[in-house]
Ligand binder design. Sequence first.
Ligand code: SF4
Ligand code: ZN
Length: 320
Amino acid sequence: MSKECSKCKKNPSIYLRQYSGEFLCKKCFIKSIEYKAKKTISKYSMIRHGDTVAVAVSGGKDSLVLLNVLKNTLASQDSQLVAITVDEGIRGYRDESLSIVKNFCASIGVENRIMSFSELFGLSMDKAMEVRPSEKISSCSMCGTFRRRALDLLAESCGANVVATGHNLDDYVQTFLINLFAGDVERIGWTYPEPVEYGITELRKIKPLMEIYEREIVLYAIHTNIPFQSEECPYKDESIRSAFRNHLNNLEKIHPGIKYNAYSSILKIAKKVKTASSLNTLDVNHGVQQEHKRCIICNRDSSNTVCSVCRTLDLLVKKT
Ligand code: SF4
Ligand code: ZN
């Protein structure tokens, strides 16, 4: 017989939250996930009254759970929600997820806007893979560069001022390790969750699920009957992220809660790096905040003369 729920002390539990020792019934588990997301949103002032939030929804578990959680938690606020979806143009893979997103959005009454790489950049991912000049230009880095820009454009086209993505706690810890091992200290500061407005339209990027384990997101999706795509993208590269993911999962099995401890420490490091970087910028500019640089080709924000999207496009277009 299953243990009774540690919260309501009434229903049989369906889940043991290893890191806290709590047994949770289905209802209390679902409530706990929505509460956690709500707490993260308010802790970092991610969403304010009157915001229009564009939720990046791909059809995978994280993004659909995020949309559902936001729909439930923002119901009492005067914030608008719209689901934005990027069609990368991956035959056989994206088609299935697009229909999952469309049906799910219709079922919860949220508008879904889609834009494709072909429309925005003149070529699909299938084409980009065909014409890339070298395998050193990895599929996921190309795709990620284009997707980030596509999400900004989509959000702007909906009049949104916030873009929400479904990154979870596991993603956050992995990203820290990737930056650490790449020696990219400045990027660690960028990951601090307090949203900053950027770009011409001053979009705010937020990650409301960043304090929730990936495993619990899957469980939430299952218990709330959210259909999600489980098939893997044919271009997924076996990056160092997968290695960190497996290693962290193995550690968590032996030491429950270790991922959460790592997350808490990383937050403190990221805050310090962010503060140090902004002080340095002020120092170099004698107390005057540095002006935003723009890409000379597309005129969007860029830390270099030509942004990563235009640089990648240039490499690909030369080959077409
Ligand atoms: Fe793009 Fe890589 Fe994701 Fe496939 S796995 S959709 S190539 S980022
Ligand atoms: Zn550019």
